[in-house]
Design a protein around this ligand. Structure first.
Ligand SMILES: Nc1ncnc2c1ncn2[C@@H]1O[C@H](COP(=O)(O)OP(=O)(O)O)[C@@H](O)[C@H]1O
Length: 416
């Protein structure tokens, strides 16, 4: 990961020399283009600073917090030097008050059991205290200057261990009781399917589809969209639409997913990743989108493009390889990237699943890909949640604990 002062040489012959914050160009830097052009100035979220300020009338300074525990070399081309702890950037200050705000939390994985570890035994898991961290998040959201209008719960609400202990109902009731005071939009993750069938989930309180849009994609797919504020749409996607999880072994859906998975994964244990690199994503605890869901997404985005809206997508599995460990990537990530890249309205893609979190700004499209740090691997004395304040030209994410602060500027093409 690039963090601090350094120089990166790009394959096209260009070069950036300046400051990085968790792989993102931020602060002062010089970009040399292959044709000899140069830009020296301030950078934020990978973007040249003046480009983002074309609409600004008044300016104020915003201190962006950065974590100080990442500082390693990227191949042999990144020169590591001391890291930046804080930086001051300038942002458009016209809309002092956000239009609205929302909360985000991922991978709570609550279970009333003692602490444990992930499969590789590299990260500790705090099953029992994860519900306490959810309470911290709810308390913080309730005291925010602009209270979140809704919460994006990015999946894996309770842990698969509950199934083994016949405690699934008790655990999900306990967590949903905490969430009853907020308008939560629930995304489904692999642990939902360890505990419950797809039919059960569709009939449960974990189905947060708004009234009226129940059958838009098809009766068995859990995907919908909603608009909390004029000009802004949020889309919840079903990452296990094509998957072994949640399907009866005798069903056509299971057989179709098994055929696909077996093409890439020859291991007896299908949770054991095949090969290296991006191939690792072909494991049973991941899934993908059907053609039906992709074409529904395409049609929703066609409408949001026409209305010049800003779209945020919520999904359990990340879809950009640079925003996650490849082990956690959606099976047909390339197909969904092709769809969202063909539309101008998508500004942000939010996911969970990879508990270490990740972030990548796709410069070509202006889409921010954020993977949220998981509550389950967050020590009881820390936190992992965010509040996102939405303005006309940007979203400001204020992270707590392991979640870093970020500013997501909207691409020019989205601005009305
Ligand atoms: N390399 C692996 N080989 C075999 N099984 C694995 C491997 N990695 C994970 N698993 C299994 O896959 C499931 C999901 O893995 P886990 O790391 O617990 O995912 P999550 O982060 O969603 O909790 C678990 O049942 C785990 O034991």
């Amino acid at each position: 990961m690039k963090h601090g002062q350094g120089t990166l040489y790009y394959p096209d012959g260009s070069k950036f020399e300046g400051t990085w914050v968790k792989d993102v160009r931020e602060g002062h830097g010089v970009y040399a283009y292959p044709n000899g052009d140069m830009y020296e100035g301030e950078w934020l979220n990978h973007m040249r600073y003046p480009r983002m300020l074309t609409h600004a009338h008044t300016l104020f300074t915003l201190t962006v917090k950065s974590h100080d525990h990442f500082s390693s070399c990227c191949g042999n081309k990144f020169v590591k030097t001391p890291i930046v702890r804080r930086q001051t950037v300038m942002v458009d200050a016209r809309p002092q008050q956000p239009l609205f705000a929302f909360g985000v939390i991922a991978d709570i994985q609550y279970a009333d059991i003692d602490d444990g570890y992930n499969f590789q035994r590299t990260n500790r898991r705090y099953y029992r205290s994860s519900i306490e961290l959810l309470r911290n998040a709810l308390d913080s959201w309730s005291k925010a200057a602009v209270r979140p209008g809704f919460i994006l719960q990015l999946g894996d609400l309770i842990d698969g261990h509950n199934k083994l202990l016949a405690a699934s109902d008790r655990a999900v009731d306990a967590v949903l009781k905490e969430l009853c005071s907020v308008d939560a939009h629930h995304v489904w993750g692999n642990h939902e399917f360890y505990n419950f069938s797809r039919d059960w989930l569709l009939r449960s309180k974990l189905n947060s589809t708004p009234q009226g849009s129940q059958k838009e994609v098809g009766s068995n797919v859990y995907a919908y969209h909603f608009s909390p504020y004029p000009g802004f749409t949020f889309i919840v996607l079903d990452a296990y639409d094509v998957a072994l999880l949640g399907r009866e072994e005798s069903s056509p859906g299971y057989r179709e997913a098994l055929t696909l998975l077996r093409r890439f994964n020859k291991n007896d244990n299908l949770n054991c990743p095949p090969g290296v690199g991006l191939l690792q994503r072909f494991v049973m605890f991941n899934g993908g989108f059907s053609k039906k869901q992709l074409s529904w997404l395409d049609s929703v985005l066609t409408s949001t493009d026409e209305r010049h809206e800003k779209v945020t997508i919520a999904c359990h599995l990340p879809v950009h390889p640079n925003s996650t460990d490849p082990l956690c990537l959606l099976w047909n990530f390339d197909e969904v990237l092709a769809v969202i890249r063909s539309h101008s309205s998508v500004v942000c893609f939010m996911a969970g699943h990879d508990h270490d979190g990740g972030y990548y700004f796709d410069e070509d499209t202006g889409i921010h890909h954020v993977t949220f740090e998981g509550v389950i691997e967050t020590p009881p004395d820390s936190n992992a949640f965010a509040i996102v304040s939405v303005y006309e030209d940007r979203m400001e994410l204020k992270g707590s604990g392991r979640v870093a602060d970020r500013v997501f500027f909207f691409p020019q093409s989205c601005r009305s």
